[in-house]
Design a protein around this ligand. Structure first.
Ligand SMILES: [Fe+2]
Ligand SMILES: [Fe+2]
Length: 169
């Protein structure tokens, strides 16, 4: 019997299909981050009012972080021999994060952010599950990013709580 070649894991030719599947999951994640950058950028500028300042500042900081996530997803797509998609492939999904009718409607934005973060958490959890045992490098990276998104969601849940307690939300 011939000795089998050492495993290259996700880069093994036998794992081509699995690798392409991971790239597909990462492309979706990449678009989620890009759309989040767009939505947070507009919200961080649009919101009006004394009470909006905290939320605006928080979103302003998140923009950089989400862009950093998009970069990490793009780099990993490349490492897995995929192609980072161009803008024509973009299809928006965050209907709930469009500017509200009134720019003082902070609750609309807070709820939108929680929904966007929840969507990211669900998709990244799926990537972590599907790369388990097959692609530990992607899995490790996505675990770190998932941690960031959990922190974002928790922060905005706290913002929402304040409005709920006051009966505004
Ligand atoms: Fe993110
Ligand atoms: Fe986030």
């Amino acid at each position: 019997m011939e000795a089998s070649a050492p495993s290259k894991g996700i880069f093994d030719s036998a794992n081509l299909e699995a690798r392409e599947h991971v790239v597909e999951l990462l492309r979706k994640a990449y678009w989620m981050e890009i759309e989040t950058v767009m939505s947070y950028l507009s919200a961080s500028v649009n919101l009006d009012g004394v009470r909006a300042q905290e939320v605006k500042e928080s979103l302003g900081g998140d923009i950089e972080e989400e862009l950093g996530h998009a970069r990490r997803f793009a780099d990993r797509i490349k490492e897995l021999y995929g192609v980072v998609p161009g803008s024509e492939e973009f299809a928006s999904e965050q209907s709930y994060l469009q500017p509200p009718d009134e720019q003082t409607d902070i609750v609309h934005v807070i709820r939108g952010v929680i929904k966007a973060e929840t969507g990211a958490i669900e998709h990244y959890t799926r990537i972590i599950e599907e790369t388990d045992g097959g692609d530990p490098v992607t899995q490790d990276m996505v675990i770190e990013i998932l941690h960031d998104e959990q922190g974002h969601r928790r922060l905005f849940e706290g913002f929402l709580r304040e409005y709920e307690v006051e009966g505004i939300a």
